[in-house]
Design a protein around this ligand. Structure first.
Ligand code: PLP
Length: 405
């Protein structure tokens, strides 16, 4: 039989799988063998889904809401989303300015499909969520990276942003609060974005604000579209229920934005997946309307975990933690440990080696910074119990103390 690889499209070959695949499969096999691995890699909250959501899901099933819905999501769900955007983000979107998709992942992909022509450039700040560059390539665009400075807590500086913009730029793909660094957007960068939009009439901002509800200061992170009428008219605001309400498996993401962009996205979704799951949509209405307390309670839990973890990991030699201001991750520099020797005589050459060392010798699973475009860092998720997180910190301290420089 002919080699099937010869039949695969050049597009499918250009898309890379995660650089951490070897590590992920090792974690999986160790867990399957019953090893005491502490997994700090998870990107979804571990809280139980709110009871209001469970009840509504069952009620919707009993009401037989099991057929197709409007491609863009039910009117009731879009109304609840519109209210949330107004209440929490201070942005007004009518229901015909809103689309609901299978997770915010599909929302971002639909938006890129609707906006990008071959050769268009999409500006992607680094660190980035691993799917962004691949999605840009999938639609024929070219990712252009703007590096956020680790020494400035990975904030996006206006000068570096302006440097990467060109007449070919079609989109700027922002994600604040950021996965993995937890950094927020500064007022200064918002001003720079306004200046860029004034100069380049074609540019659209896609602002992935999926972590908007999870933050550690009293004040909510800023939502770009709420900052000025100009930003409002050129921004697609993306969010979803996966992180805020611990509903990752329900696959409900949404966006509000300019009517014509939403219309194009709905058209594309109509020919690919059509509507997201009808029952998930019903359950999401309960989440959006009845679960503000759930978010507040979890923010307190994350805050406590963060403080406990940061104090427990402080004695670790060679690590530098950047205190996140939002999302539920800690992004840690292991730059000082590069070149160190393990007790087995191996040299740590980069973040992937360091992560493998943590797994092999201390049964700790983390995500190397390379998965987010930043070498010599690693990401820890706070989506595990307080006690396991503190145990993980103590293993990290031990792992660093056993390295010889
Ligand atoms: N955007 C960012 C920045 C994420 O970190 C994730 C998930 O980890 C997503 C989007 C995807 O979320 P969803 O479950 O809504 O597709």
């Amino acid at each position: 039989m002919k080699n099937i690889n010869d039949s695969l499209s050049s597009l499918s070959k250009r898309i890379v799988t995660s650089p951490t695949i070897k590590l992920t499969s090792k974690v999986k096999s160790l867990l399957e063998c019953g090893e005491d691995v502490i997994s700090l890699g998870t990107g979804e909250p571990s809280f139980e889904v709110p009871s209001e959501v469970k009840d509504e899901l069952v009620r919707a099933l009993r009401r037989n809401e099991t057929g197709y819905t409007e491609v863009e999501g039910t009117e009731n769900l879009r109304l609840s989303i519109s209210k949330k955007f107004k209440r929490d983000y201070s942005i007004s979107y009518d229901t015909d300015q809103i689309i609901v998709s299978n997770g915010s992942k599909q929302v971002v992909y639909n938006a890129l499909l609707a906006l990008i022509d071959p050769g268009d450039e999409v500006v992607v700040p680094v660190p980035y969520w691993g799917s962004y560059p691949e999605m840009v390539k999938l639609v024929g665009g070219e990712p252009k990276y703007v590096y956020c400075d680790a020494d400035l807590d990975f904030s996006l500086s206006s000068e570096s942003l302006k440097k990467v913009i060109s007449p070919k730029t079609k989109c700027i793909l922002l994600n604040f609060p950021n996965n993995p660094s937890g950094s927020l957007l500064s007022k200064e960068t918002v001003t720079a974005l306004t200046e860029i939009l004034n100069e380049y009439p074609r540019i659209i901002l896609i602002s992935d604000e999926i972590y908007q509800d999870i933050h550690f200061a009293e004040e909510r992170p800023c939502s770009i579209a709420s900052q000025s009428p100009e930003l409002y008219s050129r921004t697609l605001t993306v969010s979803g229920v996966s992180k805020s309400y611990s509903m990752a498996g329900f696959r409900i993401g949404y966006a509000g934005g300019p009517k014509s962009l939403i219309k194009a996205m709905v058209k594309l979704q109509g020919h690919t997946t059509a509507n997201p799951c009808s029952l998930s949509q019903a359950a999401s209405i309960a989440a959006l309307n009845e679960c503000d307390e759930f978010i507040l309670r979890n923010n307190e839990i994350y805050k406590k975990r963060l403080n406990n973890f940061l104090s427990a990991v402080k004695p670790a030699k060679g690590l530098k933690c950047i205190k996140p201001r939002g999302a539920f991750y800690v992004f840690i520099s292991c730059r000082e440990l590069i070149g160190a020797k393990t007790q087995q005589g191996n040299i740590i050459k980069d973040d992937i080696d360091f992560s493998m060392y943590l797994l092999d010798c201390f049964r700790l699973a983390v995500v190397p910074g390379s998965a987010f475009g930043v070498k010599n860092h690693f990401r820890v998720s706070m989506s595990i119990s307080d006690s396991l997180l503190v145990e993980a910190a103590s293993r990290l301290v031990k792992a660093c103390s056993r390295l010889e420089k």
